[in-house]
Design a protein around this ligand. Structure first.
Ligand SMILES: Cc1cc2nc3c(=O)[nH]c(=O)nc-3n(C[C@H](O)[C@H](O)[C@H](O)COP(=O)(O)OP(=O)(O)OC[C@H]3O[C@@H](n4cnc5c(N)ncnc54)[C@H](O)[C@@H]3O)c2cc1C
Length: 392
């Protein structure tokens, strides 16, 4: 067993650190007022687009995309290490533009596209010219994704088109995406096995309306999207009709690993802040870290964080061995996101009043941490998957 990164990964980690230090963090510092609190806006998206272009040139943006598609083809362990660097760098928001991850960038799901679709959607995405979003959740179907109600019916008057009707909610990057990856029912009653299809839908297609859904994150990133008799060419159907769900499971697997390591990185960054404060803040004549009431909870945080980190890396390693690792992906996601919540709460407690102030980084991470247990499949759904894999 080896618990060390190989030479190539170490070099890539080093160049990621350099990229963040020279291309990302100074831009955040320069535009401090604009990005304070991690609020996504049109202006921040424009700054992000510049970073995305630089990340494309540096090879980071598509480092996770298979070589045969023109990406870097890095193993999961290495991309996990790079994502950890971004998450623990202290980047407020622009770090999310460095690797083309969900929801905005090229994911494993887009490997299902045919050559014409790759030319039209995947390649511009990989060049950083456009962004996308993943439109699955609906008002009446979140966890229960097999029961989505959006329909795509073949137009009886024109065999070359589908007509899309329905409503998707909470769609990340929905306000900015150039095209949507939309799941819709093509055959009622068949559910996930033969009844749900995946379509590429240009954001400017007539019949689409969208509005921002303000969130606890305080940003303009989630959208409520309505499709009202939206006509889509049959050429935009991905794969076989009725079998779009394969795409959803691939997307969600990628997102779970990504969220697990982001949670680990954010928790590492938070813990550093807490430790620094505990060493320097004095009360009753000594640093507060000398009180067991402060140091033991932080020791527990460090222990749980270590466990979350290795669980996540082992999951990445299993994927590199060709395993689907459904159980481990669910375990890593549920455990690492719980640990993030515990760590950031404990660090805020250690900081006292200053941690609750809006201009302190912990205030933002505290709010962000909450969504990690909901997005990409809730913690309960992860536990359901784990229980199922245990034969329950
Ligand atoms: C900030 C944010 C960004 C998002 N981005 C996207 C996106 O880009 N694309 C997209 O498609 N979706 C997105 N979502 C939606 C997200 O995936 C769903 O919110 C999530 O899957 C839960 O669905 P729901 O909100 O409908 O809750 P529900 O499914 O209604 O669940 C409500 C509660 O019941 C629990 N529950 C449900 N079923 C079970 C069960 N069988 N056993 C135990 N407990 C259960 C849930 O865990 C939850 O606690 C986003 C959500 C948020 C908050």
């Amino acid at each position: 067993m080896h618990f060390q990164f190989d030479e190539e990964t170490l070099l890539l980690i080093e160049s990621m650190r350099k990229f963040l230090k020279t291309e990302v963090l100074p831009v955040e510092e320069k535009h401090k007022a604009l990005i304070a609190g991690g609020k996504m806006s049109t202006e921040v998206a424009a700054l992000g687009a510049q970073i995305r272009k630089k990340a494309v040139q540096a090879g980071f943006y598509t480092c996770h995309v298979p070589k045969e598609l023109g990406g870097g083809g890095l193993p999961h362990v290495t991309t996990t290490a790079l994502r950890e660097e971004i998450a623990k760098s202290g980047s407020v928001i622009l770090g999310m533009f460095v690797i083309g991850d969900p929801p905005c960038g090229p994911t494993a799901m887009l490997m299902m596209l045919n050559d014409a679709q790759k030319d039209r959607y995947l390649h511009p995405l990989m060049r950083g010219d456009v962004t996308t979003c993943f439109a699955l959740t609906e008002p009446n179907a979140g966890s229960d994704i097999a029961h989505i109600e959006t329909t795509a019916t073949k137009d009886p008057n024109d065999s070359g088109q589908y007509v899309l009707n329905g409503n998707k909610i909470y769609i990340s990057n929905g306000m900015f995406a150039d095209f949507f990856q939309v799941f819709a029912v093509t055959e009622k009653g068949k559910g996930m096995f033969g009844g749900i299809s995946l379509f590429m839908v240009d954001a400017k297609t007539p019949g689409i309306t969208k509005r921002n859904m303000p969130s606890m994150g305080g940003d303009d990133f989630q959208a409520d999207i309505h499709f009202d008799n939206v006509r889509i060419p049959a050429a935009n159907l991905v794969g076989e009709e009725g079998f779009g769900f394969l795409g959803a499971t691939q997307w969600l697997s990628g997102e779970r690993l990504m969220m697990a390591i982001q949670a680990v990185g954010l928790a590492e960054y938070s813990l550093e802040i807490g430790l620094e404060w505990a060493k320097n803040r004095k009360a009753f004549g000594q640093p507060i870290g000398k009180f067991q009431g402060v140091s033991f909870p932080l020791a527990d945080c460090a222990t749980q964080l270590e466990a979350a980190r290795w669980l996540t890396y082992r999951t990445a390693w299993l994927l590199d061995q060709g395993e689907t690792a459904m159980k481990e992906l669910a375990m890593a996601k549920v455990f690492a996101t719980d640990v993030l919540q515990k760590v950031v709460d404990q660090v805020l407690q250690t900081l006292g009043g200053v941690g609750y102030m809006s201009d302190h980084p912990i205030e933002r991470i505290y709010r962000m941490a909450r969504v990690f247990r909901i997005g990409g499949g809730t913690s309960e759904i992860q536990r359901k998957l784990i229980a199922k894999s245990l034969g329950l």
